[in-house]
Ligand binder design. Structure first.
Ligand code: C2O
Length: 510
């Protein structure tokens, strides 16, 4: 069994043999030509590829022969996003990369049990957790040669998003009570909505939104206005992200969090649908192994890490069993209700629910500057009915859940992060942030020549805690509308061309 360990467990620098040998292995892979399936560039192109951009950034030599078109068609541009295949596809992808690096490490005289480390940026017991480990930020190796783990196009350091902000590494996704979510306004689930092969577009699952998407853009960030693709950090764009060696440590952590979620509650289960286990029907997944031969796989082949020959040194639950409801009650100063809710609990939510639209804003929004607000009118009879279930003293095991949807977000550039707040009309919203949306892969999802026809991405926030708080303050009784405030962290211009087709609020309950 190969054990994947925390990158910080031995200091995060080159005194850790795992990192020293990762660097040496990456250097070997980087020397291989792109036509070789075990090369660094071939592996990165399996995630996403943009030939012109790679040439402009210096990651592709235009004179080098590419693999056969048939090989490109089956191997390249596979990454699964906004999809229930997000977790299994990336697991197989890491398995391939790790096997290929390990073979290179062994050949170079390194440890036979080398395994990919993971970057646990959410570890509250480690004050350095949110910072890029030093082995990635130093330009040279201890022997003075260039460091293969360093890439210049990582702008988070200059832009102040490294160390990662605490809110950007929050693990609320672990409180999801089912894997497969909906595409229709309610909970997008831990693992994402059911889709066919999904290279981009649609609704991210909870873990994919946070911390996955936001860590990508916080690390990569961008230079200047960030309006041209060459100004983006590698991690900011899915077509370049996997060229950055930190990518694989980020994804090893996401893969580990899948295990944490399964382990923290026996009610948390993987899908059993054949479409997930054996799909996608429209295009299969395939990755090269260390000998260069292809390994076709499905979710069913990657359900067990131990079958794949690896485990993690830590899959303890960092939330100590807290459910979304116990967390809300604690935030509301109603922790004494926690014992009640632990018995009723969020487990009532494991049955699939149907989401109902309560209200929406009226016009498509264009995001310009650093603050845009819109009003969402709510259906009053539905809201009255909803508020009843927020009465914590009433005999309801779990209130309705309320979801804010930013539908069909489109953008001409990736890399922006937009903080989202909700408040009653006219109220101060400074304290009522419901989350953030990170534009990772949104440009691609906005292009009409892409499979989803340029529908952009949809972001869903559980705003139940905000509505809970309003109810407790007595403010919910006459609630006929809510204001939604979008605050881009950097001011947006017409060149960014960020739009949100509709902002809606849904209710999902028993
Ligand atoms: Cu396929 Cu983190 O991206």
């Amino acid at each position: 069994m190969f054990t994947r360990k925390s990158v910080w467990s031995a200091g995060g620098d080159f005194s850790d043999p795992t990192l020293l040998w990762y660097a040496k292995g990456v250097a070997v892979l980087k020397q291989r030509p792109i036509a070789d399936p075990t090369s660094w560039s071939f592996l990165a192109a399996m995630h996403g590829m943009d030939n012109n951009l790679w040439i402009q950034l210096g990651y592709l030599n235009a004179t080098q022969p590419l693999p056969d078109p048939s090989v490109q068609d089956s191997y390249w541009k596979q990454c699964q996003h906004q999809s229930w295949y997000f977790l299994p596809w990336h697991r197989g992808y890491l398995y391939s990369l790790e096997s290929i690096v390990r073979a290179a490490v062994i050949q170079a005289g390194g440890p036979a049990d080398w395994a990919l480390p993971y970057w646990n940026y959410s570890d509250q017991t480690n004050p350095n957790a949110r910072d890029l480990p030093p082995a990635f930020s130093q330009q040279t190796m201890p022997d003075g040669t260039p460091n293969p783990l360093y890439v210049p196009q990582r702008y988070g350091q200059q832009k102040g998003t490294l160390p990662l902000p605490t809110g950007d590494v929050a693990l609320t996704a672990l409180q999801s009570t089912f894997f497969t979510g909906s595409n229709t306004g309610g909970d997008p689930g831990f693992g994402g909505p059911a889709t066919p092969f999904s290279h981009s577009g649609n609704t991210s699952g909870n873990l994919e939104s946070l911390p996955h998407n936001i860590v990508h853009v916080d690390v990569g960030n961008y230079l200047r206005g960030g309006v041209t693709a060459t100004d983006l950090g590698l991690m900011t764009n899915p077509d370049t992200a996997a060229l950055d060696p930190i990518f694989y440590l980020h994804h090893a952590n996401i893969d580990r969090l899948w295990e944490v979620w399964l382990n923290r509650n026996s009610a948390n289960q993987n899908p059993t649908d054949s479409a997930w286990l054996n799909g996608p029907a429209d295009r299969g997944f395939i990755v090269p192994m260390a000998d260069g031969q292809g390994w076709p796989y499905t979710a069913n082949d990657v359900l067990s890490t131990t079958t794949l020959g690896y485990d993690y040194d830590d899959i303890q639950d960092p939330l100590s069993g807290a459910t979304a409801r116990t967390t809300r009650l604690t935030q509301l100063g109603r922790a004494s209700d926690v014992s009640f809710s632990l018995s009723g609990g969020d487990e009532a939510m494991t049955d699939k629910q149907r989401a109902e639209l309560i209200g929406a804003n009226s016009d498509k929004l264009t995001l310009l500057g650093s603050s845009v607000s819109t009003r969402v009118h709510l259906d009053e009879p539905m809201m009255q009915q909803t508020s009843v279930s927020f009465d914590l003293s009433a005999d309801v095991p779990e209130p309705d859940h309320i979801y804010l949807n930013l539908e069909n977000i489109r953008s001409d550039v990736d890399g922006q992060v937009i903080d989202v707040y909700v408040s009653p009309p006219g109220a101060d919203h400074a304290e009522s942030q419901v989350g953030s949306v990170a534009l990772f892969g949104v440009r691609k999802a906005s292009q009409s020549d892409q499979p989803h026809g340029g529908m952009g991405v949809t972001q869903v926030f559980d705003i139940t805690h905000v509505v809970d708080a309003l109810y407790l303050e007595g403010g919910l009784i006459d609630l006929s509308s809510l204001e939604v405030h979008l605050r881009p962290r950097d001011a947006l211009t017409e060149e960014h061309n960020v739009t949100v087709e509709r902002i809606s609020i849904y209710r999902e309950g028993k």
